[in-house]
Design a protein around this ligand. Structure first.
Ligand SMILES: NC(=O)C1=CN([C@@H]2O[C@H](COP(=O)(O)OP(=O)(O)OC[C@H]3O[C@@H](n4cnc5c(N)ncnc54)[C@H](O)[C@@H]3O)[C@@H](O)[C@H]2O)[C@@H](O)CC1
Ligand SMILES: Nc1ncnc2c1ncn2[C@@H]1O[C@H](COP(=O)(O)OP(=O)(O)O)[C@@H](O)[C@H]1O
Ligand SMILES: [K+]
Length: 499
């Protein structure tokens, strides 16, 4: 996807964009209606019985314009529960009626349709749907035909990805002008189906600066020269693995090795953990003091760390590590409980990476997990600003954000990754990419993408999301990474790839 099509624009900037386009004489609703009609002709060619649901806002206006353009070739019905409330939607209604279209306010009175086009609510949904609307959504949901949402599935918050009372799950969503983050995070993926962007060919001069983007991987910088050795790919120290939680540190360590770190050492809080028999390449040492850490090594602290006084002490001293630093799991829980540690983190010259899941994020922000999940973007921005870090808010539609508020949203991944130990895999993977010289933003973004995409590969191969163990994610990630690099390696040698 080209970079400009990955842009994410906040609600306020989108409104301004809309106004500036209107001032420049661009009729965005006409363009949206035409693009929607074109898309429908291509994907659901005539003859067909189409049912448009047209709401009172501009989302309904888009539906009415598309309906008018398709009147001649399709059997078109329009369900309009309320009259249009904006001037643009009123004009669209007039044109539709003038072209011979019919409107109906009773859904049950309409003939059965072969395709439902949902233009009830779009990006302007601004409060939860009441019981009456929820019943209308349920009635639409009961229709036995495929559905296409215009801009956003009705009832889904375009910006936060939360269902507002009820939402209509669809097969396709046609995002208009730009992608909306709510299509991909929180509940978004469960409702939006396959998302396609209709850019409406807006002249680049009118396009505002983006506040975020859909995450894309850039793994080419990880390609390797023949003339390299393990020292070329950095060292990682994983600090964690207290009694009963050694597996977390081992998973993180294995991930760091699998994703290409030159050397990986686990500093375990449990002296009994001295060897990983399946991965003997991992060096395991009991936790000494942090003076044994080299300044240029990558430190990942947290997997299986526990919250003992010893864990607290080691975290306090590791925050002074001058090299790259990643905090996960119990390191984040300790951080949440101690403002002095937070202050230390903020003062680091080199910003750390933190990888909270929603419950850890809630502890760090002193709010509930529900509050985090109701506005994941606001939460990740607050975390990054409050702690001066690169924050990764994990979960469906992982979000990455730096202290400047610019964010990236991962559209890959699925519930196959909702299994124990996957967070440890992600931590070790980020550490591996940091060790190979990627900066914090790139390492976190690339590792999140590889991890989520490995989950998608599993889903496709296994036919479903059940049964992916954290350990089994590693070979999938390794393969994805190597395949991404292959092109660059062959470019390097000016040879045609053999496959
Ligand atoms: N942003 C843009 O530049 C463009 C926007 N367009 C369309 O315009 C849409 C946004 O239009 P609007 O801002 O008019 O908003 P919508 O059409 O999404 O709907 C808002 C209307 O529903 C009402 N409403 C909101 N929440 C409600 C609730 N819970 N219960 C009952 N009523 C509720 C509002 O008061 C308003 O009347 C986009 O989604 C897109 O389809 C396109 O026409 C093209 C370009
Ligand atoms: N439903 C989901 N969709 C996409 N990614 C998910 C989903 N559930 C979990 N993940 C990913 O799996 C990982 C789980 O991490 P975490 O919750 O810390 O697990 P653990 O504590 O068991 O290691 C994160 O990278 C998260 O983004
Ligand atoms: K809609």
């Amino acid at each position: 996807m080209p970079a400009n099509e990955r842009a994410l624009i906040d609600a306020t900037a989108l409104r301004q964009w809309e106004q500036q386009a209107a001032q420049a004489g661009l009729d965005l609703m006409a363009r949206a209606g035409a693009a929607i009609a074109h898309w429908l002709r291509l994907h659901y060619p005539p003859p067909r019985r189409l049912l448009f649901a047209a709401g009172s806002g501009n989302n309904g206006g888009d539906a009415l314009i598309a309906a008018r353009l398709l009147l001649s070739d399709y059997a078109v019905s329009v369900w309009q529960p309320q009259p249009p409330a904006t001037a643009a939607a009123q004009a669209a209604e007039q044109q539709y009626l003038a072209a011979g279209g019919r409107l109906d306010s009773t859904l049950s009175a309409l003939p059965p349709a072969e395709l439902l086009i949902d233009g009830l609510f779009g990006a302007g949904l601004n409060r939860p749907l009441d019981a009456g609307w929820q019943a209308q959504i349920a009635a639409l949901d009961a229709l036995p035909c495929p559905r296409v949402a215009l801009d956003v599935p009705s009832g889904l918050d375009a910006w936060r990805g939360c269902v507002q009372g009820a939402a209509l799950p669809v097969d396709h969503t046609l995002a208009l002008l730009c992608h909306k983050p709510g299509l991909f995070t929180a509940d978004g993926r469960d409702y939006s189906g396959r998302v396609e962007l209709l850019t409406l060919d807006c002249p680049p001069a009118l396009v505002p600066a983006a506040q975020g983007e859909l995450l894309a991987a850039n793994l080419a910088p990880l390609r390797r020269r023949h003339n390299s050795n393990k020292g070329s790919f950095g060292s990682v120290s994983i600090i964690g693995g207290c009694a009963g939680m050694g597996g977390a540190a081992l998973l993180a360590g294995r991930a760091a090795l699998a994703l290409g770190a030159g050397k990986v050492r686990i500093h375990s809080l449990d002296a009994r953990l001295s060897l990983d028999p399946l991965w003997p390449e991992l060096m395991i040492a009991p936790l000494g003091n942090t003076s044994s850490l080299a300044a240029d090594e990558v430190v990942a602290i947290g997997p299986g760390l526990g919250q003992s006084p010893q864990a607290h002490r080691i975290l306090a001293s590791v925050l002074a590590h001058p090299g790259a630093l990643l905090l996960d799991a119990d390191a984040l829980n300790l951080l949440a409980g101690d403002p002095a540690l937070q202050q230390q983190l903020r003062q680091r010259p080199r910003p750390a990476v933190i990888t909270p899941h929603p419950a850890e994020a809630a502890r760090l922000l002193a709010c509930s997990t529900t509050t985090v999940q109701q506005d994941r973007l606001a939460a990740v921005r607050r975390l990054a600003a409050k702690l001066g870090v690169i924050a990764v808010l994990k979960g469906a539609g992982s979000l990455l954000c730096g202290p400047d508020g610019y964010y990236r949203l991962c559209t890959a991944g699925n519930a196959a990754l909702a299994s124990a130990g996957q967070g440890d895999i992600l931590s070790g993977s980020i550490a591996a990419l940091l060790a190979q010289g990627q900066d914090e933003t790139s390492a976190a973004g690339n590792a999140v993408w590889l991890h989520a995409s490995a989950g998608d590969r599993y889903l496709a191969d296994a036919g479903g999301p059940i049964g992916l163990r954290a350990s089994s994610t590693l070979p999938l990630m390794q393969q994805l990474l190597n395949r991404q690099l292959t092109g660059s390696i062959h470019d390097l040698h000016h040879r045609k790839p053999p496959f």
